[in-house]
Design a protein around this ligand. Structure first.
Ligand code: ZN
Length: 322
């Protein structure tokens, strides 16, 4: 299987090369227009958080192209790169992935594809080990991943700020003439996250029982750690499991009742009926939290931001936990 992938990679790299050569000749013909003088910077991102950060950092700079590989609305944990995606990675000036369990395919692709610069989000911040705490469905094949880092680093707003800062520095190295713009954009976005972080801090300071029950995966480990929230969830953050066994459904219902909670949470783009049925049986209601791996096609097209999604989490939690 690996051999096949390598051959396909080699094929696509050749094709990619032909594609670039063609593009160059069209650029030469159009060289009289002002835009054509712009060399262009191609940024390729695997999933939404880094796509959003790069859009914000490069705002108002001409000739920067930010691409997200994951199709809007798709489940990020079952993503697999197409040949076109691999060609895009290969010709990227900057390729940004998360690093971790879901990105094992990246290591394989990077053996053949060679973007000019590569950044893994998990290398930019202090990571937490994956943990089974509060996770009710035991995963199979867990042993070999013992001690692996939890990859959902972006769910902590402190991390978000660090990541945005590091990404803007990388952008300034790639395109020094616009360094001031990248710096100003990054600082403005970081300021928004700092404000939101302060709101979360004061919200949670006023809540005695900071327990939440998630009838879904829990990718919020960093978020919970930052604000002292105790989460009880069906599955681990990157689980591909989506069947909640009856015994676990009952445990979740019990947890809602015992903690006197009014809400049960699911994460965005969840299409199962577990959230509704567990909420109903526990005499509670269902609410949605954004993990920000991805967003719907409509939201993507309308330009919804990571900041807006996190602000929605603030509104949801302030209405459902207080
Ligand atoms: Zn994940």
């Amino acid at each position: 299987m690996k051999k096949i992938i390598t051959i396909l990679l080699a094929a696509v790299l050749v094709l990619g090369f032909v594609g670039c050569a063609k593009k160059d000749s069209t650029t030469t013909t159009a060289a009289t227009t002002e835009k054509a003088q712009n060399t262009g910077v191609n940024i390729v991102c695997t999933i939404f958080p880094q796509y959003d950060f790069m859009k914000a950092i490069t705002k108002n700079v001409d000739g920067v192209n930010v691409k997200m590989l994951l199709a809007p609305g798709d489940e990020s944990h079952s993503y697999s790169a197409t040949l076109e995606d691999i060609a895009a990675i290969d010709s990227a000036d900057l390729f940004i992935y998360v690093g971790g369990e879901s990105d094992e395919w990246v290591e394989e692709v990077l053996k053949t594809a060679s973007p000019k610069k590569t950044i893994a989000l998990t290398e930019l911040v202090k990571t937490l080990e994956e943990s089974d705490e509060g996770i009710l469905v035991e995963e199979e094949e867990k042993e070999e991943e013992e001690g692996a880092a939890d990859e959902h680093v972006w769910t902590s707003l402190e991390n978000t700020c660090e990541i945005i800062h590091a990404l803007s520095q990388a952008m300034s190295e790639i395109d020094g003439k616009n360094a001031d713009v990248y710096d100003a954009n990054a600082n403005a976005y970081i300021k928004e996250f700092n404000n939101l972080d302060a709101k979360f801090v004061s919200l949670f300071a006023g809540i005695k029982n900071k327990t939440i029950v998630i009838a879904d995966r829990n990718p919020f480990r960093y978020f919970c750690e930052e604000y002292g929230i105790k989460a009880i969830a069906a599955f681990a953050g990157c689980s591909s499991n989506n069947e909640i066994p009856l015994a676990v459904q009952n445990e979740l219902i019990k947890a809602v009742k015992e903690n006197g909670l009014k809400y049960v949470y699911v994460i965005e783009l969840n299409t199962s009926s577990y959230g509704d049925s567990i909420a109903q049986q526990a005499g509670a209601q269902k609410a949605v939290l954004n993990s920000c791996h991805n967003l719907s096609k409509e939201d993507f097209e309308s330009g919804k931001t990571f900041l807006e999604m996190m602000t929605e989490n603030y509104q949801t939690l302030s209405e459902t936990m207080a």
